[in-house]
Design a protein around this ligand. Structure first.
Ligand SMILES: [Ca+2]
Length: 263
């Protein structure tokens, strides 16, 4: 066995030191710290265990989770009622969604199945099997981006769902796990909300580096005490194309917040 160089031994010490996430890179410049500015509030189905949220051509698509209550829906953003809603099989737990080229993709948590649905009718076109867990999903012009609860984002083919590559997301040099719902924006960034926190991060998908952290705790603070007792975690982020605004909600939240990310 070769003797390890001192620098390697130091790196190994850093990797195994402490109880935080793994060191994966030089810390670099610290991530920008932003907060949410609430622009408007829209109603949200308080029975929706939100797992995926995306706007496409003026319509809001939403996917939900938990066995027996997983579905995907579409509604005009400015309309109070859904245009259509389609359930998943009762034994499946729905996760992230995204809309590409006339189809809606919907992940499942531990069922290993991605559903591909017609964008307009939401009827099922096909199912694709994959390994591991499914959490969040968003689409870029040349690939899908998927989270699985770890610090890795996986890039997948927009037609076959084949893995094309992956990147480890890190903030201040440390891997950042529990990346949940995703949102791809036109400027090439990937936003993720972080499970069990009220934090959203802006990720450079080429390097995995977190360039900004957004404190979204002001949203839960806006809910009444009674509502706050009933809701689950923040989850669901959708960019409003052509603007600097996002829609953000959570699991069982009665409100869909329209926000800006500001210093
Ligand atoms: Ca999204």
């Amino acid at each position: 066995m070769k003797r390890r160089p001192a620098t390697f031994a130091l790196a190994l010490t850093l990797l195994t030191a402490g109880c935080g996430d793994t060191v994966v890179d030089e810390p670099g410049p610290p991530a920008d710290e932003l907060r949410v500015e609430i622009v408007a509030e829209h109603p949200h189905d308080p029975s929706a265990f939100t797992q995926g949220l995306e706007l496409d051509d003026g319509e809001l698509f939403e996917g939900t989770g938990r066995e027996g209550s997983s579905w995907v829906s579409a509604r005009p953003l400015d309309a109070p009622t859904e245009r259509t809603r389609v359930p998943l099989p009762d034994d499946m737990f729905g996760e992230g969604i995204t809309v590409t080229d006339g189809v809606v993709w919907q992940l499942t948590w531990k069922d290993g199945v991605a559903f591909v649905r017609d964008r307009d009718s939401l009827t099922e076109r096909r199912r694709i099997d994959y390994d591991g867990e499914g959490w969040g999903l968003c689409d870029q012009p040349d690939r899908l981006v998927m989270s699985d609860g770890s610090a890795d984002l996986t890039f997948r083919d927009r037609d076959t769902f084949t893995e094309l590559g992956r990147v480890t997301v890190h903030r201040n040099g440390r891997a950042m796990s529990n990346l949940n719902e995703l949102e791809c924006t036109d400027d090439g960034a990937v936003y993720a909300n972080v499970w069990k926190t009220e934090e959203i991060v802006r990720i450079d998908p080429e390097t995995g580096r977190v360039g900004a952290t957004i404190d979204a705790s002001a949203l839960l603070d806006r809910l009444s005490d009674a509502d706050r007792n009933d809701v689950d975690v923040l989850n669901g982020i959708a960019h409003i194309p052509g603007t600097d605004r996002f829609l953000v909600t959570g699991k069982l939240w009665p409100t869909l917040f329209e926000v800006r990310f500001v210093p």
